[in-house]
Design a protein around this ligand. Structure first.
Ligand code: PRP
Ligand code: MN
Ligand code: MG
Length: 177
């Protein structure tokens, strides 16, 4: 295991099975919807999951990205969500699926959902690989949820601590120092 990681929370095998399951759920849902599917990833955390997920969605789709940031270099959310880069595709009239690596307090998602809703999507849904319900401060619905995890600082599979560990192929718990 990588230095600084205490133990594995979601293994590579569990990740693969979870992404495959989410891909099936999403494919089944949007096959019926019949609209134009746009998958929007929130950078930077979602980039690994997003790449795996879209390959499990067996439907025509387009992708776009937004950069939002609230954590900076600490282990706790600053509570202030900054929109660093907006997506550049039009959202109006499309079936938009927002993709996150993790929903913690829920603030990031609520802020982005508020913003995107104003642009008149045909539908707006959320897929998050991880959820930490015990940390929620604002209510937010996760339409397609990968794994629920306890209140520990997770990193790997896109999730960082001070910018590091995003490349780990599993989700691990950061060692307490
Ligand atoms: C992390 C994570 C989610 C968000 C979840 O992003 O990737 O986007 O925080 O926290 P919340 O539910 O409390 O808002 P971060 O701000 O660390 O940026 P990053 O994706 O670039 O790591
Ligand atoms: Mn993020
Ligand atoms: Mg982060």
């Amino acid at each position: 295991m990588e230095r600084g990681i205490e133990r594995i929370l979601v293994s590579e095998q569990e990740i693969a099975a979870t992404v495959a399951r989410l891909g099936r759920e999403i494919t089944a849902h949007y096959r019926e919807a019949g609209g134009e599917l746009l998958v929007v990833g929130l950078l930077r955390g979602s980039f690994v999951f997003m790449a795996d997920l879209v390959r499990q969605i067996r439907l025509p789709l387009t992708v776009d990205f937004m950069i939002v940031s609230s954590y900076g270099t600490g282990t706790t959310s600053s509570g202030e969500v900054q929109l660093v880069m907006d997506c550049n595709q039009s959202i109006a009239g499309k079936d938009v699926l927002l993709v996150e690596d993790i929903v913690d307090t829920g603030r990031t998602l609520v802020k982005v959902l508020e913003l995107l809703r104003l642009r008149g999507p045909r539908s707006l849904k959320v897929c998050s690989f991880l959820s930490k319900p015990s940390r929620r401060q604002v209510e937010v619905a996760i339409d397609f949820c990968g794994c629920t995890i306890p209140d520990e600082f997770a990193c790997g599979y896109g999730l960082d601590y001070a910018g590091k560990y995003r490349n780990l192929p599993y989700v691990g718990v950061l060692e307490q120092t």
